[in-house]
Write a protein that binds this ligand. Structure first.
Ligand code: IPE
Ligand code: IPE
Ligand code: MG
Length: 245
């Protein structure tokens, strides 16, 4: 039985996975234990998203701002990412999932970047779901990067300024070719975007939960999807207009 009707299912879900540090602190554990537990939530969420039939799942795993964290936490996070990619490849292939990334991946340590590119290459023809990892990602940086590339295009005569519109601009973003997120979930009770998909999220439905990321399970995910399914997305129109169309 289909649990979620295709009609009310978000095509693209993006998640700000927050609260790993607090999860560990509550238990008197080092922060990295929270990140480790967080990887389990990633696996659970990817599996469930695929089962439910979500087409794009973007996970905010590491922001540009996160480079400012203590060096040992950053390198442990990079190790965790490497292990995740290494262990996950088989499962991604088996479940027909394509891995992609958004962000300034040139800043990642070489071995992590190479592993990432490997997994992307191996899964490039899979098409049941796209799993997009936001790594070294910053929304403002992404917009500035796009503006620079467009300016260069204009200087070279490859971009006509009068043709520049929202759709063309979007093609210069990391998310080129992906639909805008329908739903952004943020765990741990923080109510901000932290520089995540700020261009693409202009009309995204936001869902905040107190649940810390390591505690985010299938039920928590489904609660978010159910909440989304009840919403009316008006995009500036009136309810009556939507009913009439
Ligand atoms: C989210 O958890 C994971 C990353 C940002 C990499 P945090 O590490 O931000 O956890 P809190 O916010 O300190 O609890
Ligand atoms: C946002 O979480 C980034 C990720 C989840 C990867 P942070 O915990 O870094 O965000 P702030 O600093 O509290 O806004
Ligand atoms: Mg945090």
């Amino acid at each position: 039985m289909q649990e979620f009707s295709a009609q009310n299912l978000p095509r693209h879900v993006a998640i700000i996975m927050d609260g790993n540090g607090r999860w560990a602190k509550k238990r008197g554990l080092p922060r990295i234990m929270g990140h480790r537990q967080g990887v389990k939530s990633v696996r659970r969420t990817v599996t469930r998203a695929r089962e439910i039939g979500i087409k794009y799942l973007t996970l905010y795993a590491f922001s540009q701002e996160n480079w400012q964290r203590p060096q040992d936490e950053v390198s442990l996070l990079m190790d965790l990412l490497y292990d995740y990619l290494e262990k996950e490849l088989d499962r991604l292939l088996k479940n027909d999932i394509r891995l992609t990334t958004i962000g300034d991946i040139d800043r990642l340590p070489n071995r992590v970047r190479e592993k990432l590119l490997d997994v992307m290459e191996e899964t490039k023809d899979r098409d049941a779901m796209v799993l997009c990892l936001a790594l070294s990602y910053g929304g403002r940086q992404e917009i500035v990067m796009a503006a620079k590339a467009i300016a260069q295009g204009v200087l070279r005569g490859e971009v006509q300024l009068d043709q520049l519109d929202e759709a063309l601009f979007s093609r210069f973003l990391y998310t080129k070719g992906m639909p805008d997120p329908d739903l952004i979930i943020r765990t741990s009770g923080e109510m901000r975007l932290s520089n995540f998909l700020i261009f693409q999220g202009a009309y995204t439905e936001l869902y905040f939960t107190q649940t810390l990321w390591p505690d985010f399970d299938e039920a928590a995910f489904e609660a978010a999807l159910k909440d989304y399914a009840r919403r009316e997305r008006r995009f500036g129109k009136t309810s009556e207009q939507l009913l009439g169309s």
